[in-house]
Design a protein around this ligand. Structure first.
Ligand code: MF3
Ligand code: CO
Ligand code: CO
Length: 267
């Protein structure tokens, strides 16, 4: 499949799926406390999606080629876990940083978004800075989106901000087109050269989801076939939004009432 340009009708459905995705993150935030297990957060999100929203948790039993079926409804990646952390019985501890990644399907269309949470509101200065810089990285990527801009402009903006702050960008995972499919073309790299890559056109929808490491960029996969960790066990952080290319620039589809505000450099 090549890159699809969404029709007005499809865009309306993507808006609904996107807002619902953000609302799962809004819902779960007060539960992200010391002592809670990620399995419990998974159960809460699952029940909220299925019973309250009438959405389908896209990760559950998701099995792209070469992967075992994903066993849970959300991803929960703690500290040195980069992405695709499988919820389990480990309780969160004060000072942990955890990414919760939510993908819902509503009316056949996907919304995909993730946020970082600081468990117990207190963590190290490094962890706090990593969460803040990775959030800014996502927004620098978003701000590079517009008609006739190029994919490499997004990656470049992210890489520049991450490396300028002494952090590194994970290379093995990227953002992705999204719509009827969970992972569509194009691949949205979080590093690159400005003016390179495909031209962005109104109606394209894709995610921007930089994974930023405090140490080196290299990652490894754990034996469960899903969980990705930093090879040097340094901290990693990630934020994700689903965006639409518009005639004038971009629209963030996964905003919700509880989403953190955009950084001040976004006008
Ligand atoms: N939500 C992730 C992403 O942003 C993908 C998770 S795949 C899963 O692309 F199976 F682990 F859920
Ligand atoms: Co995604
Ligand atoms: Co995601």
């Amino acid at each position: 499949m090549s890159i699809t340009i969404k029709t007005a009708k499809e865009i309306e459905k993507m808006r609904v799926a996107g807002r619902l995705t953000g609302e799962v993150l809004d819902y779960i935030e007060p539960y992200v406390l010391p002592g809670v297990t990620t399995a419990e957060l998974d159960r809460l999100c699952h029940d909220y999606m299925v019973d309250v929203q009438g959405t389908i948790p896209a990760p559950l039993h998701y099995a792209p080629p070469g992967y075992p079926p994903y066993p849970k409804s959300i991803c929960a990646s703690i500290n040195h876990q980069v992405c695709h952390g499988v919820p389990n019985e480990r309780a969160l501890r004060k000072g942990d940083i955890v990414n919760l990644d939510i993908t819902v399907i509503k009316d056949d269309y996907h919304g995909d978004s993730s946020r970082m949470f600081i468990v117990g509101a207190k963590t190290s200065i490094l962890a706090r800075r990593l969460c803040a810089v990775s959030y800014e990285c996502m927004w620098h990527g978003i701000a590079a989106v517009g008609p006739h801009r190029r994919l490499g402009d997004i990656g470049h903006a992210i890489q520049r901000h991450a490396e300028g702050n002494g952090f590194s960008v994970v290379r093995e995972f990227c953002g992705h087109g999204i719509g009827l499919g969970f992972h569509e073309e194009p691949q949205v790299l979080h590093y690159g050269e400005p003016g390179t890559g495909i031209e962005l056109l109104p109606g394209m929808t894709f995610t921007i989801e930089p994974m930023i490491n405090a140490g080196r960029a290299a990652v490894s996969e754990l034996g469960d076939g899903w969980t990705i960790v930093t090879r040097d066990r340094s901290l990693s952080a990630q934020w994700e939004h689903t965006v639409l290319v518009t005639e004038r620039g971009y629209e963030v589809l996964t905003l919700s009432a509880g989403a953190p505000p955009a950084p001040p450099f976004i006008v």
